[in-house]
Design a binder for this molecule. Structure first.
Ligand code: GLA
Length: 395
């Protein structure tokens, strides 16, 4: 009987929020919060799944699966099996399977626990049954699972980050050409960490889909005016002005956010490059030019803050809890930048701070105020940039 162990990580995103389904470039990375899976063939004729950390289990046969009405984590499992075409192509080689999984990715925190679930499951099944799918094909299956089985018309960033992440490297995923590359952002004297607001508002999914539709509709109008346009990436400022005359005020705001964010991503890529070069040069020449590095990190922090403002005022996917934390964080001299991360309406803030900033000490007053005002208690997570979905060697 074959057996496999798989680790599937969650993700952060340095910048490029809501750009994946708008054909921009996004800058995510896989992190060390993950889901650990164990796959073990059995001869039961069924699939038996244990979600260990929530003490739930589920047993189904492949023939029954298409007609089973399920929700929550089970709908993702159903989606992955069906989209891998399990019930049509596999019964001859399939004798039964036990799957156990355990997650330490906080749910609803904007760290893509559902993408990790779909990517890890699809990767494990693909490896165990030698289906021959590439990582990119698995990412597309995981994305389709969200679309068809969870009703979220997400982009492909989370799945690509989970499947292609590399240790200590950020990814630059070009969502138009679908090219994935990696780059390093050395952090000298500064650090990134997450603050989980511990809130998640119900409208998140419908508001997400609504944003996507608004921009798709706007793009149709843009195409009618400028048929040669390939994506928002090549629209000229004069064309934006003409198009805006045809858009309602809300769509105009959405579009401005997307175009601003695309420009910020380019700046962050250049800045990361500059920082990386400077750090390498500093090491070679044994000089620590911390002051000029600090200026670069301050610029990075400023761009992060601009993204938050755009998500709050133009894309309107933030919420009062995140805005409160973000605003108050910036009153702390150790914090260089902070922004909401992921789809929005709750979840985590990504914070860039000086190395010596100790959130639990320096920010404890803010966290107390937050709890008093909103009744929720924040959590802080350090970030370790980790390898994407991978097999774990047997002991
Ligand atoms: C969610 C979606 C992603 C992406 C982000 C926003 O995480 O799943 O595809 O759109 O929101 O950047």
């Amino acid at each position: 009987m074959q057996q496999l162990k798989v680790i599937a990580p969650g993700r952060i995103n340095l910048l490029g929020e809501h750009l994946d389904y708008n054909h921009g470039v996004v800058l995510p990375a896989a992190i060390d919060c993950n889901i650990a899976f164990e796959f073990l063939e059995n001869s039961s004729g069924t699939v038996r799944i244990d979600a260990l950390d929530i003490s739930e289990n589920w047993e189904f046969t492949l023939t029954d699966l298409p007609n089973l009405n399920v929700s929550g984590w089970k709908s993702y499992v159903k989606g992955v099996f069906l989209l891998l075409n399990f019930e049509h192509e596999w019964p001859h080689s399939f004798i039964g399977l036990d799957i156990k999984f355990k997650s330490n990715i906080p749910i609803g925190a904007g760290l893509s626990s559902s993408a990790a679930l779909c990517c890890g499951l699809a990767f494990g099944l693909n490896a165990l049954f030698k289906l021959g799918k590439t990582r990119f094909e698995l990412a597309l299956i995981a994305q389709q699972t969200e679309h068809q089985f969870a009703g979220v018309n997400c982009g492909l960033m989370d799945q690509v980050a989970s499947l292609f992440g590399q240790k200590d490297q950020l990814l630059a995923f070009d969502c138009l050409s679908q090219e994935i590359s990696n780059f390093s952002l050395p952090l000298v004297g500064v650090k990134l960490f997450l603050i989980d607001s511990k809130v998640k508002h119900n409208l998140a999914e419908s508001a997400y889909n609504e944003r996507r539709t608004q921009l798709e509709e706007a793009f149709k109008k843009a195409l009618a005016l400028f048929p040669a346009l390939k994506s928002w990436r090549d629209i000229e400022p004069e064309q934006v002005a003409i198009l805006c005359a045809d858009l309602d005020a809300t769509s105009q705001k959405r579009l401005h956010y997307i175009l601003d964010e695309m420009a910020r991503v380019e700046k962050v890529q250049l800045l990361s490059n500059k920082i990386a070069k400077q750090v390498t040069k500093g090491k070679e020449e044994k000089i620590d030019d911390l002051n000029s590095l600090k200026a670069q990190y301050q610029q990075l922090g400023a761009l992060i803050n601009e993204t938050h403002a755009g998500l709050r005022d133009l894309y309107e996917v933030s919420c009062i809890e995140l805005d409160f934390l973000q605003h108050e964080l910036l009153n702390n001299p150790g914090v260089l930048g902070a922004r909401m991360m992921g789809g929005g309406f709750g979840g985590c803030l990504l914070v860039l701070a000086l190395e010596q900033c100790d959130p639990l000490k320096d920010l404890s007053h803010l966290f107390k105020n937050y709890t008093q005002q909103f009744g929720a208690q924040v959590l802080c997570y350090p970030i370790q940039i980790s390898e994407g979905v991978h097999l774990v060697k047997h002991d």
